[in-house]
Write a protein that binds this ligand. Structure first.
Ligand SMILES: [Zn+2]
Ligand SMILES: [Zn+2]
Length: 223
């Protein structure tokens, strides 16, 4: 109900019905040409970036709302680290809009948090966005397919080569969900795509367990 009451836009502070007003989403989430595979910004007319051509990622499509810059850096930080869970709804609204460009998935899956981090934060930001975006798209979101049984070191603290090693075997597919996963397309939801290492490892795990295709939906992408 709170979502329907007039309030201020989180970005420009103007009063209106939306927490992210149309002027701000028009200005800060305008679609731009991106690599179909990894969402890197590209010149118009180029479909796939050089890096994805040299070494195709395990996911087929990546879509994002915007580059990881103002105001998304601030909004995602507030949502993720300062308990502003109510930002999940407007962020999911934008994500669902971007995700319409990818084929409809059988399941929408959040990148999971390890149990320790989930307990510490109280919620998984990827799940809060995934389930709302899925509902908007008429898809089924599931938090119990991909799991992250153990804590890994903070990705941001590690150099790139170390990040991949750190993530190896970080994810597992729940044994009870394997049969239903076979040959299915799934969408993997995360907040920010930086190096893509997390999405890559999660996608490899899902494909190895029998998924037919994996797409990645993120709120923001490091340009
Ligand atoms: Zn605004
Ligand atoms: Zn690419």
């Amino acid at each position: 109900m709170l979502d329907r009451l007039p309030g201020q836009c989180e970005v420009c502070r103007r009063w209106g019905p939306a927490r992210l007003c149309a002027d701000c989403t028009g200005r800060y989430a305008a679609p731009r040409p991106r690599c179909r595979r990894c969402a890197l910004p590209l010149p118009a007319g180029v479909e796939v970036c050089g890096e994805c051509l040299r070494s195709a990622p395990p996911f087929e499509h990546t879509v994002c709302v915007a580059d990881y810059a103002f105001p998304w850096v601030q909004l995602i930080a507030a949502f993720k680290f300062r308990g502003r869970v109510e930002l999940a709804a407007p962020l999911a609204h934008e994500l669902a809009r971007a995700a319409r460009a990818t084929p409809a998935p059988h399941w929408v899956l959040p990148v999971p948090l390890a149990p320790g981090r989930l307990a510490e934060r109280g919620y998984n930001q990827a799940w809060e966005v995934a389930r709302r975006a899925a509902r908007r798209l008429g898809a089924e979101a599931r938090p119990d397919v991909l799991r992250r049984p153990r804590e890994t070191a903070h990705q941001a603290d590690l150099p790139r080569a170390e990040r991949m090693k750190n993530l190896r075997a970080a994810f597992v597919v729940d044994a009870a969900r394997r049969a239903a996963l076979q040959g299915r397309r799934v969408a993997l939801v995360d907040d920010v795509f930086t190096t893509g290492a997390t999405a890559r490892e999660a996608a490899i795990t899902l494909l190895a367990a029998g998924a037919g295709a994996v797409d990645v939906w993120v709120l923001a992408r490091t340009p």
